[in-house]
Design a protein around this ligand. Structure first.
Ligand code: FAD
Length: 309
């Protein structure tokens, strides 16, 4: 099923779960045990991240396929384009299609943090909107030909496409306006819905959503939420993702920094309040970055649903 249809037909907010592949050589046990704990909340879909340059975490498409077969949960493949030729990308998209997966989160991608690979390594597509355009051509039955400039007419691919967005601007965006301009390019290229980067300050999300609406964005914008519970974890995320933190949350965390149990409680309350406020603000769903662990997401879902979603 196409995820956009799940959003369009929803009677309540759609809860979705994001996983990352284990390191090559490890099992899928953590992903499966996390789903075992969370399936009671009837997740609308599960997505699995895909590495960009030099990642040692393969199997994205196969994992999405396994989740779909084992749990009958709709799947979304994260597909990054920076390090792949357009021919490789089209072949991967065919692999996705032949695995009966209809949903792709089209991304540019970044090199892994511990990699020396440069993101200047960009063969065909420099930005995600180019990948979205390619998928849209496939959706219109146009595929790459044997040589450049020639295309092959085939079956419409039927993909539902999502794209990433950044309520606090992507680190390479010069301004909030530019941030939306580049999001619009992905939507104009054919994206069906948007999933955002995580944030701690709900006002930032709401402002971004308002600006997007003013600029004519009408497709669903789904907030991404990462349940947190450790002081170090929050600081790491702030530094790595360039996101901000409301001053009252910051003050509470700082004053409890040497008391892990208190930090946990403060984080849990903050996560839960954000989820409640987002739902009250009418979001189409919440996308949980589970980090392959059930606890944080479960704690929130138990309190915002009746346990059966
Ligand atoms: P783009 O939309 O291409 O934007 C990248 C930058 O280029 C932005 O600053 C944008 O403003 C700018 N830009 C876009 N178009 C133009 C243009 N025409 N001219 C000039 N500048 C332009 N990464 C992974 O490696 N694997 C994953 O699985 C993954 N999953 C993610 C899931 C979510 C929900 C989110 C929010 C992010 C995810 N990422 C993932 C991270 C993402 O790959 C990075 O944030 C990356 O830096 C940008 O990807 P993008 O698709 O948003 O890029």
């Amino acid at each position: 099923m196409r995820v956009i249809d799940i959003y369009n037909k929803r009677k309540k907010p759609v809860f979705s779960l994001e996983f990352f592949p284990p390191r090559n050589g490890e099992t899928l046990d953590k992903i499966f045990s996390t789903i075992d704990e969370l399936k009671i909340f009837a997740p609308g879909f599960a997505s699995v991240t895909g590495g960009a340059l030099g990642s040692q975490r393969g199997g994205t498409i196969a994992i999405v396929g396994s989740i779909k077969r084992k749990y009958n949960i709709e799947g979304v493949v994260h597909l990054t384009c920076v390090n792949k030729s357009k021919h490789d990308l089209e072949n991967l998209l065919m692999e996705i299609k032949y695995n009966d997966i209809e949903n792709v989160l089209a991304l540019r991608g970044d090199p892994p943090r511990d990699s020396s690979a440069s993101k200047d390594y960009l063969p065909d597509y420099k930005y995600a909107y180019q990948l979205v355009k390619h998928i849209n051509l496939m959706n219109n039955g146009e595929y790459l030909g044997e040589s450049d400039g020639i295309s092959f007419k085939g079956e419409p691919a039927g993909f539902c496409v999502s794209v990433a967005a950044y309520p606090e601007n992507h680190p390479e965006s010069a301004s909030a306006e530019e941030n939306i301009t580049h999001l619009k390019m992905k939507i104009d290229a054919g994206a069906d819905y948007v999933i955002t980067q995580m944030f701690f300050d709900i006002e930032k999300f709401l402002r971004f959503r308002d600006l997007a609406a003013k600029r004519g964005v009408t497709i669903p914008i789904v907030p991404g939420l990462m349940p947190v519970e450790k002081y170090k974890q929050v600081n790491f995320l702030l530094k790595q993702m360039g996101i901000s933190i409301p001053s009252n949350f910051r003050q509470m965390l700082d004053s409890a920094s040497d008391n892990p149990e208190k930090v946990k409680e403060i984080c849990h309350n903050h996560d839960l309040n954000m989820a409640r406020e987002l739902i009250a603000a009418g979001v189409p769903g919440i996308h949980f970055f589970t980090m392959n662990r059930p606890e944080g997401t479960k704690r929130i879902l138990e309190r915002i649903t009746d346990g059966s979603s």
